[in-house]
Design a protein around this ligand. Structure first.
Ligand code: 5GP
Ligand code: SF4
Length: 443
């Protein structure tokens, strides 16, 4: 998911809307914005893409100088409108709205305890726990209640809270998911999952919200920082591999540069004789550029991606699924015919995409297809906010590299290893989560 918060701008909801556009890749299931006009909160959310949820008239009703927004990709809860965010609530201190990126690992226990104490839940989202924890806290001020609440939750959370007059932004002590602070041209502030949102609205990057830090935004004041937890960084390395947009800087580094470096490392440790390097668009592009630069093998666009395919309504029969991949990705026959190609993708999850791509390239006349993956085998699910399938659906959890190679019908298959991945992101300290590649879970 993506979160954004705008504070101190008379068109806050519009800026939130534009920001959500640039963060659309982090979630396509639902989108929403809450704004505050100082007296009342206004919320619009629905299933669908940012562009289809909002229009000029709707945005006009989201008045006020502060706003928070969200794009959803379900990792907890399910795919219903009730599970769209912001989560809004009225409670004894007034009104509040919350947006959340991450996944709370103790959500079930917290929820069971709350239900025992009489709480009634409207959604299946772990984020709703926070509303109840805040509403039930004994503290008098929202700030103290938020502190109370976040001390009861565990796991991954980059959060933005909006009240009638304030905004709060917070990251868990591990800093699993990114969250950055920027300055708007008019002197207001923005927080967002990725810095690509800043570029779009003309904001300048100030710094990342620190792991374990809570930022308080109040009118006429600089953001105030409170250290809630001792930071123990474990940033999600998969943000660099796949999730974040290449024009963003996350955890202090360019995503594009890291991805290109992964490609270079891959060329060093997994070379192959070939005529062309081609990416699986769009995810594999930076790593393929790196692979080509390092190996000296020419880079070509061998697969065309159709960007206008959304979710298709086509029935999920095998034949129709194959057709769907062809709708999305087509081979550049003249480029690949008779050639030995290295295909670069960022990850293999279920293995079905790679299998179809390789078939497609062979049908288009490729002489040999060598698959190179710019991350290690995905062997374990994520419990910190990325929707990897369960272990039985992860091909690398159930097959060795040669078996996967046979399954996807490649002439050869090789992955990046953990050490090279860490080198690609300049990891000199143990500050990254790599659990989906190693099974080494932190919480
Ligand atoms: P699969 O092996 O599951 O058929 O597909 C792998 C492809 O899905 C790769 O091209 C990779 O870029 C993409 N991918 C990797 N992780 C995710 C994810 O968490 N969600 C989605 N939607 N795609 C992913
Ligand atoms: Fe990121 Fe993987 Fe860790 Fe999840 S398990 S936080 S996807 S590195």
């Amino acid at each position: 998911c993506a979160v954004v918060g705008i504070f101190g701008h008379k068109e806050a909801s519009k800026l939130a809307y534009f920001s959500l556009h640039s963060l659309q890749h982090r979630g396509q299931e639902a989108a929403g914005i809450s704004s505050s006009d100082g007296e009342k909160l206004h919320t619009i959310k629905d299933r669908g893409l940012v562009m289809s949820v909002f229009n000029e008239d709707k945005l006009a009703t989201l008045s006020g100088s502060s706003a928070i927004g969200h794009t959803r990709y379900s990792t907890a809860g399910n795919d219903s409108i009730l599970d769209a965010q912001p989560v809004f609530a009225r409670y004894d201190l007034g009104e509040m709205a919350i947006v959340h990126n991450g996944n709370l690992t103790n959500a079930d226990e917290v929820r069971a305890r709350l239900i025992k104490r009489g709480a009634i839940f409207q959604t299946f989202m772990d984020t709703e726990n926070l509303i109840h924890l805040i509403a039930k806290s004994e503290q008098d001020k929202l700030l103290d209640r938020i502190i109370d609440a976040v001390k009861k939750i565990e796991g991954a959370f980059s959060l933005v809270f909006l009240s009638r007059t304030k905004m709060f932004a917070m990251r868990d002590r591990f800093g699993f998911r990114p969250l950055s602070l920027g300055r708007l041209a008019n002197g207001g502030y923005i927080v967002a999952s990725e810095t690509c949102a800043f570029d779009l609205v003309g904001a300048t990057f100030v710094r990342d919200v620190e792991p374990g830090e809570l930022l308080i935004f109040e009118e006429g004041k600089a953001p105030q920082s409170v250290k809630i937890f001792e930071p123990t960084p474990k940033h999600c390395i998969f943000e660099y591999v796949y999730f974040a947009r290449p024009d963003s800087s996350v955890f202090g580094q360019s995503v594009y540069e890291c991805r290109k470096e992964m490609g270079k490392e891959l060329a060093k440790i997994r070379p192959v004789e070939a005529d062309l390097v081609i990416p699986v668009p769009d995810g594999g592009v930076p790593a393929a550029i790196g692979y080509a630069q390092e190996s000296g093998i020419p880079y070509e666009m061998g697969i065309m991606r159709n960007h206008y395919i959304g979710r298709t309504f086509i029935e999920p029969t095998q034949e129709m699924r194959d057709l769907k991949v062809k709708m999305k990705l087509s081979p550049m026959t003249d480029i690949i015919k008779g050639k030995r190609v290295v295909v670069i993708d960022d990850s293999i999850v279920r293995g079905t995409t790679s299998r179809r791509i390789i078939r497609m390239l062979k049908e288009a006349g490729a002489k040999e297809v060598h698959m190179r993956v710019s991350s290690p085998p995905t062997t374990d699910p994520c419990f910190y906010g990325v929707d990897t399938p369960s272990k039985e659906n992860l091909i690398a959890a159930n097959m060795g590299v040669q078996e996967i190679c046979d399954f996807i019908e490649a002439d050869s298959l090789a992955y990046l290893d953990e050490a090279s991945l860490l080198r690609s992101v300049n990891a000199t300290q143990d500050i990254y989560c790599t659990a989906c590649f190693t099974g080494k879970y932190i919480v």
